[in-house]
Design a protein. Structure first.
Length: 251
């Protein structure tokens, strides 16, 4: 799989902007975007920047990859970024009104240490928002509205990889509750990743940009996937969407 500490991939999670669909969803889910927030597993700062635009006094991005943080600081020089682990950020206790993480959970060997760290960081009554793709989200049938599903149509062995690292909705809900939170909402959400030409999309697939599961494919398999996607996608411009599950919990 992808090595997030390899400088070859430091731009892989940095070049997009958060879509308006995400902005609108967060505007609904957030109590009131004031005080201090932290974006754990921030990557290149795409969502750190987006959270800042919603009105927080500060949003601190935390990531374990120094090469990726280097890019985040280049692209967003006015934002605070901090090198730390999801389970040990080194940030102040009880200081944050929001802990947010997107696409982090499935990269962790254990979820509980992260949830404990987030609990420590939150002020009393603070919010935890977890956004990730579960087994239920990943294995929807491939279609023009769920392009990632085509990956698993062509290569069923990718499903086995995903099953091992993706929680079910119920599994993660139970873990969050056991970690001391009150779970207020659990819902699925279709987020537009990007709207682009098919050519640009296929170039990103070839570069494995922003799609960690593609690093499980050999170069030969990747070329086969590109040909398959080119055949399945008829439109020259596409809206690439993914289904996510979002948990909103409170300390």
């Amino acid at each position: 799989m992808i090595d997030f500490h390899d400088k070859r991939y430091q731009y892989n999670y940095a070049t997009r902007r958060a879509d308006v669909s995400w902005i609108e969803k967060m505007s609904i889910l957030l109590d009131s975007p004031t005080g201090h927030a932290v974006d754990i597993g921030c990557g290149g700062g795409i969502y750190t920047r987006a959270l800042t635009s919603l009105g927080f006094d500060t949003v601190t991005g935390v990531d374990s990859s120094l090469p990726i943080l280097e890019v985040a600081k280049q692209l967003h020089p006015t934002l605070p970024f901090h090198h730390g682990q999801a389970e040990a950020t080194g940030l102040a206790s009880g200081h944050y009104s929001l802990v947010y993480c997107r696409a982090l959970i499935h990269h962790l060997n254990e979820v509980e240490p992260f949830l404990s760290e987030a609990f420590r960081l939150l002020e009393n009554d603070g919010q935890l928002i977890v956004q990730d793709r579960t087994s239920e989200d990943c294995f929807l049938q491939g279609s023009p509205s769920h392009i990632r599903g085509y990956y698993y149509n062509l290569f069923p062995h990718l499903q086995e990889i995903e099953r091992k690292r993706r929680p079910t909705i119920q599994m993660l809900s139970s873990t969050i509750i056991r970690s001391g939170y009150e779970v207020e909402r659990v819902e699925t959400f279709w987020e537009t990743r990007q709207t682009s030409s098919k050519q640009h999309f296929l170039q990103e697939i070839r570069a494995r940009t922003g799609r960690s599961i593609l690093h499980a494919l050999s170069d030969h398999e990747l070329n086969k996937l590109i040909a398959y996607l080119d055949q399945q996608i008829q439109d020259e411009f596409i809206e690439e969407t993914d289904r996510w599950t979002i948990w909103v919990a409170r300390k």
